[in-house]
Design a protein around this ligand. Sequence first.
Ligand SMILES: C[S@@+](CC[C@H](N)C(=O)[O-])C[C@H]1O[C@@H](n2cnc3c(N)ncnc32)[C@H](O)[C@@H]1O
Length: 295
Amino acid sequence: MLEVEPVIHNPVMPEEVILFLITNKKGLYVDATTGTGGHSKRILEALDSQGRLLSIDRDPLALSVAGSRCKDDRQILLKGRFSELGEIIHRNYQGEVDGVLFDLGVSMFQLKSPKRGFSFTSPERLDMRMDTEQGLDAYEVVNSYTEQALEELIRNYGEEPKSKRIARAIVERRKRKAIEYCSELSDLISSITGFHGRTHPATRTFQALRMEVNGEIKELRAGLEGALRGLKRGGRLCVISYHSLEDREVKKLFRESERASIVKIMTKKPIRPSEEEIRHNRASRSAKMRICERL
Ligand SMILES: C[S@@+](CC[C@H](N)C(=O)[O-])C[C@H]1O[C@@H](n2cnc3c(N)ncnc32)[C@H](O)[C@@H]1O
């Protein structure tokens, strides 16, 4: 149960998503990242009475908000992970969908809701689980991983040049007392790296922890493969990513699939949000949308 009014996530590039994703108003669609339902709502508006939408997310709290925002009997809401997507599509639609949307990363709902522990300025316990029912959380990663494992994940997932110093500082600090809160960790990072420019010095480390806790890269690969298996000929896969690690995975899989004559890439260059959208929604500024079509 949510104790406060939920923060609703603003869907990114909603018009562009509809334009590229929907090729058949009577078709079957999957929103693999439903969040609070922004894109799902737009997809339902674009479909006619025979269209169907399967809205999936691993976050049960977000799904319940999405469910209360769009009550529509053409839609099924389902808790699930990207790595289960192939199986979910097969079970619900016998692998014959017209389009799948992925809008990657974390939602404003997750970032701003109390007790989720994603935000480095918050005094909350380190958590960062998208699926609030899973075991591993950021507290466990920060307080039990070896120095080497921390360094590697901060370097690989955060692309943080100061990964070694940060990992060292974490391990030194937790010898005295477990690092419990988001702000405690971000203060520790700021104290050793200093504060330069506009980006908070803990940004990269927090991204890395979030990616580790949620197994994001592994999940993404499995999800894209599952989606491709579930698309019918002419069906489209539309992916919005927000940082280079995600985008690299998407680009790689699209290219490999094009080489294997499984898809045709529709976006030689990614589609970016307009200046106007970025002005109204800062969170959209790093978005890149790539689309391919099943052959
Ligand atoms: C950027 S938000 C999507 C926002 C949504 N498009 C909207 O308009 O409200 C990304 C969502 O993807 C979900 N997600 C991320 N990784 C996932 C995974 N491996 N399996 C299922 N859902 C995932 C997150 O829980 C989050 O709700």
